[in-house]
Design a protein around this ligand. Sequence first.
Ligand code: HGY
Ligand code: MN
Ligand code: MN
Length: 416
Amino acid sequence: MAAVEAPATLDAVAALAELAPIGADPVRGGWSRHLLDGADREMRAWFVRTAEALGLTVERDRNANLWATWAPAGAVGPAVATGSHLDSVPGGGPLDGPLGVVSGLAAVARLRAEGHRPSRPILVANFAEEEGARFGVPCLGSQLLAGEIDTDRVRALTDVAGATAADVLADGGVDPAGIGHDPARLAGLALYLELHVEQGCQLAPLGHPVGLATSILAHGRWRVTVTGRGDHAGATELVSRHDPMVVAAAAIQAARSRAVAADPVTRSRATVGKLQVVPGGSNAIASQARLWVDARAEHDADVRALVAGIVADIEAAGEAEGCEVTVSEESFSTRVQFDRDLTDRLDAALRPAFGEVPRIPTGAGHDAGILAAHLPSAMLFVRNPDGVSHSPHEGASDDDIRAGVDALTDALRALT
Ligand code: HGY
Ligand code: MN
Ligand code: MN
């Protein structure tokens, strides 16, 4: 008699170690994995290979998102979806994104191995370009899926090398003419639950390995272009300079001081984390500075007010220096309140093993935030001991990573 092979399992800690060499960035440190670049393609290939080895079927949707499906006999109707993203910020940490994808696969594998018979299919998603590190717009894959972004605009987006999103998608086998709202796929989803490493440090002081999300701050990104006059660093009199870097410095300072002033009431924060200097010679006054303002606050109107103040300060600095300032909005993500009923159900599912799970707000954006406007969505956070993220120093203990998989498994079992 042939031996019956037990379904394969996946250890999340071992899987993350397998992913660690992919996209390791020798220049910035950490990991750089951007939409359909070499590293992202390797991450995607890992996802397909691993999901298939676990007995799941994998497909790519028209927006470059990957979906692994477990739909055994008896699993019918709209699916319970989990997952996250495999792309990263430039020089990011190992867990922002991959933890949710790996944990989703590990949880489904465990449910299969224990003989769970789901009443609905379970999907594990890898959303494309969540960080927006290549084309500037975060949550691109989920926004396209949900019909929340103009497809002509997306096709025309360019990366730092000047390649259009249309060309990059086509080169990756995704038809750029077919991107956009996918109501049939959305209708196939009953709910979405994203597990993510905590960004910020709320769980450690509470002594809990996992938490549930309540809300996401409203946030957006603005591109500021300051044009001055390139000239010689030694030969140009100070009084006749039009130096865009002086304006950029004022912009950075304005972002901080405006956010500090608004923070006590509105949980405001503003950051300039990206700056390009043209031409970028150490002995030349720049001709242009481009910088990006990331602004966040409790409510949409708070973000708008914060950005209006920062822009007014930049324009005043531009005028004083004789530089031209243009500002364009690259993205805006409205405040998110996660689904209360779903979060209560998760709370009940986790209670036997985890007791009362803390509920915490977050300042970070997620695909779950985009989907929350279309279907019940919730998030599970795994404790991050010092709270650091978007940095190589981001981390979680092996025990907490495994606790996250336990929690996700309990949740998926209860929901299906
Ligand atoms: O920038 C963000 O909030 C993110 O982590 N996508
Ligand atoms: Mn991130
Ligand atoms: Mn993330």
